[in-house]
Design a binder for this molecule. Sequence first.
Ligand code: MOS
Length: 699
Amino acid sequence: MTTTPPAHRSVGTARTRVEGRDKVTGAARYAAEIPFTGLAHGWLVLSTITRGRIREIHTAPVLDMPGVLTVLHHGNAPRLHTDYVGLLGVPPDPAACVFQHDRVPFAGWPVALVVAGTPEQAREAAEALTVTYEEEPHDTALTADHPDAYVPEGGMPAETSKGDLEAELAASAVVVDEEYTTPEEQHSMMEPHAATARWDDGRLEVVDSNQGAGWVQGELATLFSLDPAAVRVRSEHIGGGFGSKGLRAHQVGAVMAATALDRPVRVVLSRRQLFSLAGYRSPTIQRVRLGAGADGRLRALEHRSLNQTSQVYEFLEPSAGVARVMYDAPAHRTAHRLVRLDVPSPTWMRAPGEASGSFAIEVALDELAERTGTDPIELRLRNEPDAGPVSGLPFSSRNLAACFREGARRFGWQDRDPRPGLRREGRWLLGTGTAAASFGAGAAPSTAQITAEPDGSFTVRIAAADIGTGARTALTLIAADALDTTPEHVRVRIGDSDFGPAMIAGGSMGTRSWAWAITAAAQDLRERLIPGTAVPPDGITVRSDTTAALGALSRKERHSFGAQFAEVAVDTATGEIRVRRMLGIFAAGRIVNPLTARGQLLGGMTWGISMALHEEAVRDHHTGAHYAPDLAGYHVATHADVPHLEADWVDDHDPDDPVGIKGIGEIGIVGAAAALTNAVWHATGTRHRHLPLRPDRIL
Ligand code: MOS
């Protein structure tokens, strides 16, 4: 039979979370809260030196302490199979593959796991464990002229280049040539990493907090040389992830200990341990050179970025990549360099590349606007490219101009006097600023399973992850429309690797990728449901796989876009900056659930305030470790820092997506720090190029 495409009745309506009641009543249990009979607890011991070799681990006294069951370390841990490339196309970070050798490549490297009957016993024994080292000199400082800088290979191209940069710069009426820096920024989601591992009738089960149950399942199966079907990972509720919640030391340690002791073992990372084990955003030293005619039209654009990685793992924060999408010029060059230092491995962190890169390029454009006497919005509109500046491919849709028009109207930009340092309110100088945002809109193959139940309801099973974004609710709305029913008739089960392969909650691609698979399965199921015919007692189940559909997609530049606006007040006596208001207008495809989408975008903008004003993980280059690695020493924006924020969107639609979705996970942070920094210039007349905008830098 033929089916008509369903009308979208639920997609686009604001819905509270389907698990909201469970979350606020405590019924929703997070990874470290799920009880197990006979549970033992592991506590990681981290290196106190920055580089060298473990000489000895004095386990005997600790093994005599109350409740201690075992101490795992490189001398007794099983050897892992680490030589592979995982689901996301990258090898495992050796920092997660614990206890394989006696080398220490950074401060806070896991050297042992103490397992005991209670968390308190494990922690006390772990803190009592004496480890002696042979210490070697270290280098933890990223400097612009570091002699070991190199061009990374693999993944995205490190460099792109077209045209004669020097000739176009020489012929430009106005040139901006400046260095911009961003500091080391630390992952610290609300729920730290936690995993419980146990063997259940020959099957390894890991209850974890991660961004992809199937992802972690695949990594653990490979590392421990297990049949993937013999490993199950569950991750039902997650208190934030943002790029950090993949394979980490805690899951591997828990599996080792559960295997050694043949009982369930839980390993939880402490807030302080996150500072070396959870990953972070690399500090960046960026150089931007812009050349333009007197009208602000770009003739030359160069964006170079120098970032750091660890000695054991290559991770590139692709900060110069944003220029490959945003602005074109006859001469155009982007380039990345890396330096290997004795530091923990950086990782994906919300808008990796775009968050740090947009700071440099969007402040540089503001400087160009100032020097050409062009309005910052007009400058960006004059430089809108017709096609991908590097790829030459058409944009699937590019509604950046609409974001700026709508944002300017709502923010009141037309009344702005462009001259800096003029608006005074007592001790405060006031200013406004803007910046553009973009983030890739991709989709990755996923499988979904839908069962039509005899009572007329539907059960959707997909190994999706809801890291707090509201993905479970969004998928419920998607499924309801695709099944031509109401959300009350749909049960979405996620966070279980047994549901089959699916995209992770990452790259702003989760909801879109899962929605695609659910829509495909629903279409099949509707064709199999015959009106007036009863559904058999065990239901009717169909399964989808979007690999082929995604493989057939045409090549285009697919991105979300946005315009950020900020108003700040700067205290001329103390250097304190207060954000007065922010507005973000986004063109980010079809918005599935306006309530949670707005929350997600506001969360990104709030993180942008944090990035602009507070966040800075300061490393003591003498010891090689962080100063104050906790949320007392690492400052983040809190309630009093966050004023009236608004996030909204313009009509936008991905032409090839069955629902029109693009993805909103990361774009909220992009450009936010630049808009704030540009507002500080407008307030004070002083240009700032180094984050965070600490009071000592403002005065
Ligand atoms: Mo995002 S940095 O892909 O979790």
